[in-house]
Design a binder for this molecule. Sequence first.
Ligand code: ATP
Ligand code: MG
Length: 248
Amino acid sequence: MVDERTRELRAAQEQLLRQERLTMLGQIAGGIGHELRSPLGAISNAIYLLRQTIAAPDAETREMLDLLGRQVDASNRVLTSLLSFARPQPPARRPTDVVAVIDAALAQAALPDTIVVQREFADALPELSADSDQLQIVFSNLIRNAAQAMPEGGTLTISGQRSAVSGQPPTIEIRVRDTGGGIAPEIAEKIFQPMFTTKSRGLGLGLALCKMIVEAHDGVIAVKSIVGQGTTFVITLPLGTYHLNNLG
Ligand SMILES: Nc1ncnc2c1ncn2[C@@H]1O[C@H](COP(=O)(O)OP(=O)(O)OP(=O)(O)O)[C@@H](O)[C@H]1O
Ligand SMILES: [Mg+2]
């Protein structure tokens, strides 16, 4: 009995330490992220100005400018993840067309031609009461993960429909499915943890951020995966008070 209590106490202490480390890391990351925003902004402006000033850039110059632009975008993406994670904001809810948000995330992802995108949305999906910027971060991360899971190409299917369980408030269910390698069961339980990654160049923040944002919207995110066949992320979001109020 004493042994068991000791084990429990030790586990609780480890949990606290982990939490503390994470909080501190969040603060440091947030500080650095904030400081790096302005130099990146300056580089971005310089690229823009160079594009304006150089009247007829040769191929090599154009390529360099494009490369710079892409690298700044990638750095900004990392900063957005770090900052959103370190300094989470409550969602600024507005009536939101979730399909428009998903389309914006798809456009931003600029997927290669080897990935076929299928959109399957029910007609007249109701608007959500949600923070569209935050939701776009969620879908961008899911789309990027899906693309990274299909380096040789495949099919990305995004579907959306109303779903209702009797006695529960109405929800929208969005599925993001890929035909990549899937997730091994022993890993699946860890993927939503911050800083869990199996990628050589990954922060492991994407899904932790998705979970944080979805839950701040009173939603649920879940994963179903079959190794060798692919992965589906299922997001369920309540329609929210905006819609309920407007039902009269
Ligand atoms: N669609 C997917 N197919 C297969 N594995 C996935 C998929 N999505 C996530 N994973 C697994 O979950 C891990 C965590 O994902 P997450 O998005 O949190 O971090 P990351 O993609 O590794 O890094 P980051 O998103 O910060 O760049 C990934 O490293 C990968 O092992
Ligand atoms: Mg990711």
